[in-house]
Ligand binder design. Structure first.
Ligand SMILES: *[C@@H]1O[C@H](CO)[C@@H](O)[C@H](O)[C@H]1NC(C)=O
Ligand SMILES: *[C@@H]1O[C@H](CO)[C@@H](O)[C@H](O)[C@H]1NC(C)=O
Length: 260
């Protein structure tokens, strides 16, 4: 409880960085309305580990599908930049570059296109398209909404990974209020956990990792975006969680947002 409170106070002090490195890859966490639905995914095992079939399954699991070249380009045009090649639909591979850099995209700007791969066993990351949210993750733009672990109130399943990206209006903030919480408890929450990021992705803005069965305190974002990541391992499962988020009209200042 205390930890969450502490994290909340820290949250109020920091600004979210829109660009950041994760596993040596330069990501952009800028999220704009028109890009709704396109996002990058890598395997639970790390970078470039997904065959075409696995990439389709990763997107499908969250209720989406592999993005098309056009959907990726539409997202790129308004700021979606990820320096990691991923599967697109029909077996194409590429990645979106907004800012030219020597270490990524050969100094070019645009979709770096590796074309349709003949060998579908090659392993890359994935670009998914999911304009609507499903039970396990999704892109949420509603002013308020219930989020719960898959199957809730039944126990959740092993080997799950769900991401919920929440985006409310510019100058609004997000209040998360927990209604029920029971996630396999262990030291440092290594097995199953719910992670909270004060950012549009899980690259920057890490706020806290939650497990156990005490109800966490409320959490308020610094900006208008937030990401929740729910991961479960292969053993014990528990009751899961249910939370409610709502948009708050920020009263602090108009500079407190993440669309820099
Ligand atoms: C297809 O790609 C996989 C993974 O890179 C590789 O192991 C395999 O040998 C390739 N198959 C062919 C026919 O090139
Ligand atoms: C926030 O502001 C918007 C636009 O000014 C208004 O429509 C909405 O009702 C407000 N929401 C709350 C919770 O005050």
């Amino acid at each position: 409880m205390l930890v969450v409170l502490l994290l909340c106070s820290l949250l109020l002090l920091k600004e979210t960085q829109p660009w950041g490195f994760k596993n040596g890859i330069f990501h952009n966490s800028i999220w704009l309305e028109q890009a709704a639905g396109v996002y990058h995914r890598e395997s639970r095992r790390g970078r470039y580990q997904l065959t075409y079939r696995e990439a389709r399954a990763v997107c499908g699991y969250e209720g989406g599908a592999l993005a098309s070249y056009q959907q990726l380009e539409a997202a790129r045009l308004i700021g979606f930049h990820v320096c990691a090649a991923g599967w697109l639909d029909r077996g194409r591979v590429g990645y979106p570059i907004v800012k030219a850099g020597v270490n990524c995209g050969f100094g070019k700007v645009g979709i770096i296109d590796y074309g349709y791969r003949l060998n579908k066993s090659e392993t890359w990351d994935a670009y998914c398209y999911n304009p609507h949210s499903k039970e396990c993750g999704g892109v949420l733009t509603d002013q308020q909404r219930l989020i719960q672990s898959p199957g809730f109130p039944e126990e959740y399943q092993d080997q799950q990974i769900c991401y919920w990206h929440i985006r409310v209006r510019l100058n609004q903030r997000i209040l998360i209020h927990f209604l029920y919480f029971d996630v396999e408890d262990d030291t440092d929450c290594l097995s199953d956990y719910l992670e909270v990021y004060d950012s549009y992705d899980d690259v920057s803005g890490f706020t806290g990792r939650l497990c156990g069965d005490s109800l966490p305190d409320d959490i308020i974002s610094t900006g208008n975006v937030m990401t929740l990541k729910f991961l479960t391992d292969a053993s014990v499962t528990a009751g899961g969680f249910q939370l409610h988020y709502s948009a708050l009209n920020s009263t602090l200042s108009s500079s407190k947002h993440t669309l820099l």
